[in-house]
Design a protein around this ligand. Structure first.
Ligand code: GUN
Length: 293
């Protein structure tokens, strides 16, 4: 079997069309959504991600401001900046790009963000609402994955989903979402991590495998069952002397091999990545709506 591609780019365009309608509705009330992205330090990948997010905003008519600060920024300076953004009426969403430099505490930083502006859904208040099944904002990557499945007519209800990785940005919130008694969720979820004794034993029984642990080509064909759905969240830079930039990008899945066994599979790039951005736009417009009501 040659698995079919889940085209994240095309599905993201569909989401953006919906977001455009909401932006027009807001414009008729004189409201233009705004997103402030805070980028501390000089992690090259973070710069690429944040610039991509800002570009997507400007293409949609969302005002975006990328606030760059040096790696030496102190906790006090960051907290003052977040406080200022909380007060700004023109910035409905605040995003603090992760990872922060080591001396800055991510939880402490996000605790300073007004939960109604927390378009990443990372504030403990938003994490709590999500877990309780009454979300204000769902984190963008997990939200995008659920939407990818829905748009592909893959219903996780009653299915065994195995998530590789327990990070706060993808693994944990995705597990919390997919276990909810909602349409498009209602799955039996297993989360594998460094403490899991036999990961292949789990993945080989899964109907849907989501790889989000940040290890290049970790999920191999022998680890999945015939007809599985494979979602690859990984974006890994692998040194490649022959490549123009000296590296190539690959996911957490051995794509070519897994495709031969999967029913559906996401590519990297062009799978989950565009959906993360689309859901961020969705959340930013939602923030503008919530703040204007
Ligand atoms: N770093 C990697 N993914 C994300 C994300 O979705 N939001 C933020 N703020 N930082 C990230």
């Amino acid at each position: 079997m040659q698995g079919k591609l889940i085209d994240g780019k095309a599905i993201a365009e569909r989401v953006k069309k919906e977001v455009e309608c909401d932006i027009e509705a807001l414009a008729s009330r004189g409201i233009k959504p705004g997103l402030a992205a805070v980028l501390i330090g000089d992690d090259p990948a973070s710069h690429i991600y944040v610039n991509g997010k800002a570009k997507a905003c400007s293409q949609m008519g969302i005002v975006s401001e990328v606030i760059k600060r040096p790696a030496e920024t102190t906790a006090e300076e960051l907290h003052r900046l977040i406080g200022e953004l909380n007060e700004r009426k023109d910035m409905h969403g605040i995003l603090i790009q992760s990872p922060l430099p080591k001396h800055l505490d991510e939880l402490e930083a996000v605790l300073n963000v007004n939960p109604l502006k927390d378009v990443d859904g990372f504030h403990p208040v938003n994490v709590g609402y999500m877990l309780l099944g009454s979300p204000i904002f769902l984190p963008c990557t997990p939200y995008g994955i659920v939407r990818l499945l829905d748009e592909t007519d893959i219903d996780p209800k009653g299915k065994k989903v195995v998530i590789l990785g327990r990070g706060n940005i993808v693994g944990k919130p995705l597990a919390a979402i997919l276990m909810q008694k909602w349409d498009g969720c209602n799955a039996t979820v297993t989360v594998c991590h460094t403490g899991t004794v036999d990961i292949a034993a789990e993945t080989s029984r899964a109907d849907i495998v989501v790889a989000a642990m940040g290890k290049p080509k970790f999920l191999t064909a022998d680890m999945i069952k015939e007809g599985a759905v494979v979602i690859d969240v990984g974006v890994n830079r692998v040194p490649d002397a022959g490549a123009p930039k000296g590296y190539t990008i690959c996911g957490d899945v051995d794509f070519e091999a897994c495709r031969q066994k999967a029913s559906w599979i996401t590519p990297v790039p062009g799978g989950v990545g565009p959906m993360t951005i689309a859901m961020l736009l969705h959340n930013t417009v939602r923030a503008a709506m919530l703040q204007s009501d």
